[in-house]
Design a protein around this ligand. Structure first.
Ligand code: SF4
Ligand code: F3S
Length: 395
């Protein structure tokens, strides 16, 4: 609020007051445009939208989770969440950071939901076992709270693999009968932002997309936005050249590991995982798992605790691929599985360098918007039938 004329500050003025200069804001806008895989020419439109459009109301629900997604979001910078992200929206309910507690907090939630047209962000899985009583907050089960909060919502956004697909709580034997949001909610636009935890860039970009186009981004068959989950880790991995050359680390700390060779033989699941980790990275773009020499464990894939383990196993526990099989067969099967995955996910289109985003309208008056984005080219090795794991192995 401006003390002189008592009018509400515009977002531009709020940013300025928070120490975020116009130049820094435009740099942030350009970065988010890149995260969304949209043409740079759309950056001014995005800047215009986030500074002029009415802020959406967000209620953020936590269920069976470790709060890692909240932590991931709050640890984002450039600008920090305090400086900018919370200015993009009215976050009326978020248990970790909100000031009210008890009945006052519950009132914040019910008041926000009563207005309708809000966004529901969900973190954590929802237990169905024992009539939902494994997770009770404010006297209501997670199922009840989610169903009530989703009523009249413009969209539901899951953050983290637990909310999207059940995650760790749903791993076998799944004692609480934990599930993801899509098993509880229907009839409301839903988008999944899996990861363990979610990458804050992908939350921000989804919100910015919603603000700019009044629509959720286009998704794959697992409800994940293509801008963030449209390419495999393996396709953008800086160690890919070593995979193709048959150069593998065989043990932590060996020469191959020290020299940044491929981590496939240490259990890397990058060939079966769809996420923008190589390009967005983590901790303010400091690094990412493979960057520090740790194999990808496939944390953005449904049921990865059951299908991608043991973590040190060389290949995912995919149908038709035995963990104890001969490495030649596994390598050939892996390439086959990768090619099949590419077909399933429409990656054949990537070869053309173009992907047309058909946006999912969300909320009242939502528009259908078409945008064209450039995606990375599918490396030739993904289509080969040779097994790169059998050549040039580090001795
Ligand atoms: Fe990178 Fe893993 Fe693929 Fe090797 S197997 S190139 S480390 S994603
Ligand atoms: Fe997860 Fe693999 Fe990225 S483990 S954080 S999807 S590199």
């Amino acid at each position: 609020m401006d003390e002189d004329d008592h009018r509400p500050l515009t977002l531009s003025e709020e940013l300025e007051a928070s120490g975020v200069s116009r130049r820094r804001f435009l740099a942030w806008t350009a970065r988010i445009t890149a995260v969304l895989a949209l043409p740079p020419a759309l950056a001014p439109q995005i800047a215009q939208a986030v500074t002029t459009k009415a802020k959406p109301t967000i209620v953020w629900l936590n269920f069976q989770d470790c709060t890692g997604d909240t932590e991931s979001f709050l640890r984002s910078r450039s600008p920090s969440v305090d400086e900018l992200i919370l200015e993009l929206a009215n976050v009326d309910y978020q248990e970790t950071i909100m000031a009210p507690s008890g009945a006052q907090a519950e009132k914040s939630l019910t008041d926000a939901v009563a207005k309708g047209g809000h966004l529901v962000v969900v973190e954590g899985s929802i237990p169905r076992g024992a009539s939902g009583t494994y997770c009770v907050i404010g006297g209501k089960t997670a199922i009840q709270r989610l169903q009530e909060a989703a009523k009249g919502a413009a969209a539901v956004i899951t953050v983290g693999t637990c909310a999207a697909y059940g995650g760790l709580p749903a791993a076998a034997p799944n004692p609480t009968d934990a599930v993801g949001v899509s098993d509880i909610i229907s009839g409301v636009p839903l988008i999944n932002l899996p990861g363990c935890p979610v990458n804050a860039d992908n939350i921000t970009a989804t919100l910015v997309h919603y603000l700019t186009f009044n629509a959720l981004p286009a998704t794959d068959d697992k409800g994940r936005p293509l801008f963030a989950y449209g390419a495999r880790i393996h396709d953008n991995c800086p160690r890919r050249g070593h995979f193709d050359a048959g150069e593998f680390a065989l043990a932590y700390g060996d020469d191959g590991h020290k020299n940044g060779w491929c981590l496939y033989k240490l259990g890397c699941k990058g060939p079966s995982t769809w996420h923008n980790c190589p390009t967005r990275q983590w901790n303010d773009r400091t690094n990412w798992p493979i960057g520090v020499g740790a194999p990808c464990v496939g944390c953005s894939e449904p049921a990865f605790w059951d299908t991608m383990t043991p973590i040190s196993a060389r290949v995912p526990n995919l149908s038709g691929v035995g963990l104890q099989g001969n490495i030649d067969q596994i390598g050939l099967a892996l390439v086959g599985v990768a090619a099949a995955g590419a077909t399933v996910h429409g990656i054949a289109k990537v070869v053309t360098h173009q992907r047309h985003f058909a946006l999912t309208p969300a909320g009242p008056g939502a528009a259908t918007v078409q945008a064209t984005a450039t995606q990375p080219e599918e490396p030739a090795a993904a289509a080969t039938t040779e097994d790169p794991t059998t050549e040039g192995e580090q001795k």
